[in-house]
Design a protein around this ligand. Sequence first.
Ligand SMILES: [Zn+2]
Length: 317
Amino acid sequence: MIGIDIGGSNARVALVDGARIVAARQLETGRQRSPDDICTAIADAAHSLVEENTARVAGAGVGVAGQVDPTNGLVHYAPNLDWHDVPIRDRLSHALDLPVAVLNDVQAAAFGEYRYGAARGADDTVALFVGTGVGGGIIMGGELMRGCNGSAGEIGHIPIELSGAECRCGRHGCLEAYVGGWAIARRVREAVDARPGEAAFLKELAGGSADTLSAEILAQAATTGDPLALEIVGEIAYLLGVGLAAIANAFNPCLIVLGGAVIEGTPKLMEVAEDVARKRALPGAVRSLRVRRAELNSFAGTIGAAAWARHSLERSP
Ligand SMILES: [Zn+2]
């Protein structure tokens, strides 16, 4: 199978055998390249991977960072690529001369974790990835939930505060506006402005500039026991826990998989959030709940897209 993960700044094209990446290429995407140009570059990369490895492939799966309708293979909107109603499935299928299945990149990563990663065998799983943004994918009864228009799993935009912090989606109080990497950077900058005396270590780590304060610097400061950093991590963990409680109440998953740079890098974040979720959710919603770290890391989307393509092929008449 060919797995393709199209993000806002680059795309990864890989020859995938189950959970194994046989060979991979990376190429630039971004708003400066047209959809046609990107599709051509992806097809060229896929052709050369197949030729170099003398591989036989049955199909390709594509995860795209945007609103995707898997039924008609359209990317309705991908803000970081500036794509509007791009018929990605048909274009790639034509260029590759293969059947192509399309879904959202985070749904692909969740499906990858379900098939080959931390959620193997857990038929009722919610995967939440906390990086710069926050995205999710929901597997219920062994099926990936896509929703009416393909956008199921936008957990980052669950409101957790009525008139809360502004989110990048233009709304207020979303989970992402508190726990996404960009929001953490904003929160750290606010704390440094408001409490300069206590923020000396954070500022030192940032090289003295407020502009370079980030979620990574917060995690670094918290690891060394800096009190202000630990206080902010505690706030973030609490709010993440509130989000997990909402997920547990809505879906009653057996497993929540947490991944992404913020989860991987921030000490105690997952443990505290899990504890909060267990206290805030209805008892019946968390009775059998397990919380685990994601396993496939940055290849989850590529592996998941390929797995989704195989799944779609097996189901097609
Ligand atoms: Zn939002």
